[in-house]
Design a protein around this ligand. Sequence first.
Ligand code: AVJ
Length: 322
Amino acid sequence: MQKNTVQKPKDQIVFLNDVVTGLSQLQKKLHSKYFYDEKGDRLFQKIMEMPEYYLTACELDIFKNKTAELVNDLAINQTPFDLIELGAGDALKSTYLLKYLTAADINFTYMPIDISGNILAVLEQNLKKEIPDLDIKLLQGDYFKMLEQAMHAPNKKKVLLFLGGNIGNMDVAEAFSFCKELRNKVNKGDLLITGFDLKKNPHTILNAYNDPHGITASFNLNLLARINRELGADFDISKFQHYQTYDPVSGACKSYLVSLTEQIIHIAGHKFSFMENELIDMEISQKYELQDIDKLASNSGFQIVGQIQDSKNWFVDSVWQA
Ligand code: AVJ
């Protein structure tokens, strides 16, 4: 996940501006990319440890047990390449791929992109211990800016990783523009591995997000607490309630916060009034069918060269070529 630690004054202004803009809309909205402050990172770790949240285990199954198939679909052979990971985080899954490639004596440079310099430094330390031969180059910053920087070594083939179902945090239209923009940034022949969570029994999906432990609720409410902490707002967290939906037809799994009373919230000189039961739209986790992925790939200028699913067929890492 791309971490969004708001530290610099400029980031703080962008954060405030996004919050004010989102809460000024007819349908109030906050952006889920802001879930990941220190507390949010910890809550997301807890989510990944819940038995109901199957996504991490599924993608780990693919990277651990189907690595050979994955590498085979890449068809990189002896061509040296850059392996660029968008939002690398702790690189839990990709480390299996790194180990496999290194053991096979394949010539590549690992370039993890993350907005959090702290996470990257820890990652580098760990990887140097685990894979001493690994050639690694850290890229700290925004996905597209760093990708542009990475593209400056022009004649080298690129393999991009975008894992964890992070593409699910975009609605279908946003995912399409994102893929088109990626296609514009890379060269013909470059590869992209994207993790998509697949449609499955709707109860399984809803349980992963509407968890009985209340961790996903805290994860959502933490954004209000973060707005209080960082922007000096006065949200009373006990007056909001998490509500999760999953629509098995569209594949949209969405979270909302419900205002439990009529109330007014102050944020840096702005006032926002809530009616009782008014909603804040918090997050989308879009679920896909294989044919949706086919369409997304071809409409954005890629060809599918591999589809690797976990043993339950709940998740897919789709391999695309520009
Ligand atoms: C990190 C975007 C993959 O949408 O499944 C987990 C975030 N939100 N539980 C997801 C999340 C609620 C997660 N991603």
